[in-house]
Ligand binder design. Structure first.
Ligand SMILES: NC(=O)c1ccc[n+]([C@@H]2O[C@H](COP(=O)([O-])OP(=O)(O)OC[C@H]3O[C@@H](n4cnc5c(N)ncnc54)[C@H](O)[C@@H]3O)[C@@H](O)[C@H]2O)c1
Length: 249
């Protein structure tokens, strides 16, 4: 690896699994100190072992991103352990399939809370240090489904569409401070989140894909690295769409 993120501290909410896990690993391989926030009381052994094998300087803080006090406490802990993060990848997420008539208010609220409120709370918490550093990289996990929609996924698609607006508005606010704000909008990626969907739903999606396969987490992490690196410094307010040709824009 080339040490592209040497000297940086990166925070990855949702980094205990799937896309966030791959990003945390790649960023650590590129020399970043890596902080992970997730729901479990501890980082799963496998995830910890991967980071240790890289020789990463990392810290785990258990935290629900929808809890403002929890986020503040986690960030204090992380800052003490690794220094203030100036790279943030908002990768926490949930999914559930149901036709709109069957969507409970609790499910609707949770979907918006995890994706939108969580992104808002963690981003707001890290911004002062980025402003002080006059350098920052914020990368939000949206989804192609925020553009194209999908049946049975109204709350998820509404939340992900919100991430595009959040990203673009904040990109305007922070550009002069040297802070870029961008989205990743993956198509279906082979992660536990997709594995939790009914197999017939996943099969139907793969059949529609020009590439006829799920994406790999490494194929998302590479784009995250571009956005986090010096070379990615002129991207802001954009969405990188790694989706196997599912949605061409
Ligand atoms: N997998 C895909 O096909 C795909 C496609 C497009 C976008 N995305 C998005 O990418 C992100 C990562 O998804 P993934 O597929 O890696 O899922 P995943 O389930 O493998 O990982 C998500 C992680 O987020 C954590 N999390 C969930 N709720 C949380 C909360 N309230 N507070 C803290 N952590 C929380 C989970 O515990 C989990 O570790 C999500 O935002 C998802 O919507 C995924």
């Amino acid at each position: 690896m080339t040490g592209k993120l040497k000297g940086r501290t990166a925070l990855v909410p949702g980094g205990a699994s799937g896309i966030g896990r791959a990003i945390a690993n790649l960023f650590a391989s590129e020399g970043a100190k890596v902080a992970i926030i997730d729901l479990g009381t501890a980082l799963p052994d496998k995830v910890r072992a991967e980071l240790e094998a890289i020789g990463a300087d990392f810290h785990y803080a258990a935290c629900d991103v929808t809890d403002p006090e929890g986020v503040a406490t986690a960030l204090d802990e992380i800052t003490t352990a690794l220094g203030a993060p100036t790279i943030l990848v908002n990768a926490a997420g949930i999914d559930e399939v149901a036709p709109l008539e069957d969507v409970s208010l609790a499910l609707w609220n949770r979907m918006l809370a995890v994706h939108l409120t969580g992104t808002f709370l963690v981003t707001q918490a890290v911004l002062p240090a980025m402003r002080a550093a006059r350098w920052g990289r914020i990368i939000n996990l949206a989804s192609q489904l925020g553009h194209r929609g999908a049946p049975g996924m109204v709350p998820y698609c509404a939340a992900k569409a919100g991430i595009f607006g959040f990203t673009k508005a904040l990109a305007h606010e922070t550009a002069e401070a040297g802070i870029t704000v961008n989205c990743l909008a993956p198509g279906p990626i082979d992660t536990p989140l997709v594995a939790s969907l009914p197999p017939e739903v996943v099969d139907a999606v793969v059949a529609q894909l020009p590439m006829k396969r799920l994406g790999r987490v490494e194929e998302v992490a590479g784009s995250a690295l571009l956005l986090a690196s010096e070379e990615g410094g002129f991207y802001t307010g954009v969405s990188l769409n790694m989706n196997g040709g599912h949605y061409m824009i």
